[in-house]
Design a protein around this ligand. Sequence first.
Ligand SMILES: Cc1ncc(COP(=O)(O)O)c(C=O)c1O
Length: 457
Amino acid sequence: MRQGTLASGPAGASVAGMTLTEILPSLRASLPLHLDAGVWPANARWGADGDLQVGGVSLAALAAEHGTPTYVVDEAGVRDRCRAYTAAFGPQAVAYTAKALLSRDIARWIAEQGLGLYAGSAGEIRIAELAGFDMARVTLYGSAKTPEDLDAAYAAGVGTIVVESLGEITRLAATAPDGQRVLLRVLAGPEPAGGHDRRFGVRVAGGEAAAAVARIAAQPRLRLAGLDCSLGHQLNRFSLYEREIGRLCEFAAAMSRAHNVELGQLNLGGGHAVAYRPAELDLALDAFAARMRTVLHLEADRHGLPTPALSVSPGRAVVARAGVTVYRVLAVTRTQSGERLVAVDGGMSDCPATALCGSRHSAVLIGRTGRAAGGPAVVVGRHNDADDVVVPDADLPADVHPGDLLAVAGTGAYHHARATNFHLVARPALLSAADGRARVLVRRESLDDLLARDLGR
Ligand SMILES: Cc1ncc(COP(=O)(O)O)c(C=O)c1O
């Protein structure tokens, strides 16, 4: 997003390719900056003098009270996304994948909106219990479930466990409660070119998936309810999912003939794309749901199967846009080639997605109105590492200086969840904002928290 580009109105008109704020930089002080509705939280608004508000709460005021960096989540934005998903797929058909972002309150919001939960660890199961989740709606999945994960699942009574390798079937059969419902994660598609498919699941090719079905069917304690898959991340193309539905129906029909098992549920995973930049697109949710239902019905029919119940387990697409991170600028410098570096008080310990996945977020100056024209800047972190980039290509006013605040959009998913203590830096607080009130969901880590784990003398 270009800072200084106007939301609407004559001042937004461009003259010879320049916006009025570029011709008259002083206008920045008096005009609201455009917030791209597809990138920033649904309930983000500009207040006076560059005061960016989320859920009616001033981010600058939050920074003053709680320090920086701080993650802020638009509660109503998360709840709205949950409702959009259940409206598109049906009330029982959506489980939120907890690893994208989880705290007790966030789990409670998700439960209150009627979603199930895909949990991948004893910790996520425990949070679901503490949040009052109906454990029948919780699914334990994971390529390498530890004994602690399984014990937690059994003790909590999770409704479903996803089997992801042949080897874990005997283990589950020996330890799971009688009648444990399971889904089988199947890799039905061809190996990607180069053969670097490190996803877990049992392969249809070579007969591994058929062997898994036979093995589960032979275990009276396990009840095979359907199939599960995960196709990747940031996916926008319906055709990927459509082809997978075709393959899974073909496999289900073969299993029905060979073992007389009815695979009544098909979980299509998540991976739904989210826009991080104005030019990018979210997965078109309603059209996607309608198309998947149609394709599933047609494919099931073609293979002589009753239509399985379709479900999805999105993570990122439920929470990404609802989150922003607020940083304080600590230093501004230029590289020898003239690149402007704006260094903030966080970085790859709280936003590893940029370094790990190349996510490209949007950033704006908040707390005051930039009076100078915008220009390119690299927002970098405090970790003394060349990969420590928060936003590789921000557009920030030329007068950004130490002490300023920046808000970075789209940090709801896989930021708080993946934060580390790299450089022995304490992890930020996670706050919610709604109806003009902020609440601390997860408190900021302290240096004492970190030192308490170090038992040296
Ligand atoms: C079954 C399943 N659903 C959903 C997800 C989450 O993906 P995303 O956050 O991209 O929706 C995963 C992630 O690995 C997954 O395994």
